[in-house]
Design a protein around this ligand. Sequence first.
Ligand SMILES: *Cc1c(COP(=O)(O)O)cnc(C)c1O
Length: 451
Amino acid sequence: MSTIDLRTEIPGPLSMRWAERRQSAVPRGAQSTAPVFIARAEGAVLHDVDGNSFLDFAGGIGCMNVGHCAPAVRDAAQEQLARFTHLCFAVTPYDAYVRLAEELNRRTPGSFPKKTFLVNSGVEAVENAVKIARSYTGRPAVIAFEDAFHGRTLLGMSLTSKVHPYKESFGPFAPEIYRIPYAYCYRCSYSLTYPTCEIRCAQALEDVFFRRSVEPGTVAAVIVEPVLGEGGFVAPPREFFGVLREVCTRHGILLIVDEVQTGFGRTGTLFACEQLGIEPDLIVSGKSIAAGLPLAAVTGRAEVMDAPGPGGLGGTYVGNPVACEAALAVLRMFDEEQLVARAVQIGDWVSRRTREWEREFPLVGDIRGRGAMRAFELVRDRRTRAPAKEETEAVIKYCWQHGLIILPAGTYGNVIRLLVPLVITDEQLDEGFSVLEDALALVSAPAAVAT
Ligand SMILES: *Cc1c(COP(=O)(O)O)cnc(C)c1O
């Protein structure tokens, strides 16, 4: 039995009517990938206001690893909603916050005492990680990477590398941010090839960057994604992170790992850095932490986390009790339903399914990722690797018109990424991939984009 069930043109008449009202009520800057208004969702399925059903390969941008409306999470949140919705942890504390902090301290990598501070969003966690790192080290500078994404506030977009649409027209940006190339091997900044490159990109930090650009004694932190999220699901060789860890330790620089998109099982371990053989000083998590309720966290070395004085960290809604109970239910669900193992299975399934893709679809230049965090980089020409941005847009549009919600990524907008809820079934994966393959076949055909 198929999940996708389309009963009208897509978008349907009711979605069209809402789109009109949206156009006059909401600024155009707040854009959507697919113009279908959703009425309800469960697992990996979205039902729109016109009665059409879609498969969801986007999961609200990687927030729904446990699936939409998971009953255990919904019940935990509803029970808390009935007890109290908000007190503000800075006024009177509550135990859900403490229990969640203990769980995150225990489950994040790093065999040292840890503490956790909770906030509302990924970017707020990034901002607080930087505040904490500056407070602990007494240093101003932060090193971030090319193709990085760390959010949309002033500091977040300053750390972010993709110019359009995240930075264009929004400057000036926060000072004391320096940028070095990421290990984006498919588009190496040094035109080298792994492994003969000997990870030049990371080695350059010590060999070049600390001589030419910034004095290491002024650097508070290096912030890095274990796999680029918005930057296109680029998964560097493990040694890249080993070198970063070594250089940071040598100079007393803190290593902040941004696991907002890679965390909560996405890559086949609860946190991606478990696979990288490094212990970060601070870990930033968010997105799938509370199944879509606004929550994010900074977890790190206890002595680092304690650097800001009493009252130095806070916010009105931070660590909301309903979101905390949802997050605790998410973690129980990971244990009970072995969702981390399921992420590995999904990754293997995708590898099998896409084995012939590079032969079948000339458009597909690179297939990559870790665990269930998979992506396909589309190119016009395999030799020049010219990014196929319009073709990527055409694939995504074909998909939603045929019942599959799927997202782009990448600095060039030419990557298609999978952020499927981990509760998706193999039958649903199969159905979604059939739509995606139809789209790739159609768009790969010459002149398809022009029409
Ligand atoms: C989404 C994301 C953020 C920002 O999170 P928000 O909740 O949107 O503020 C930060 N870092 C990474 C890696 C992300 O994917």
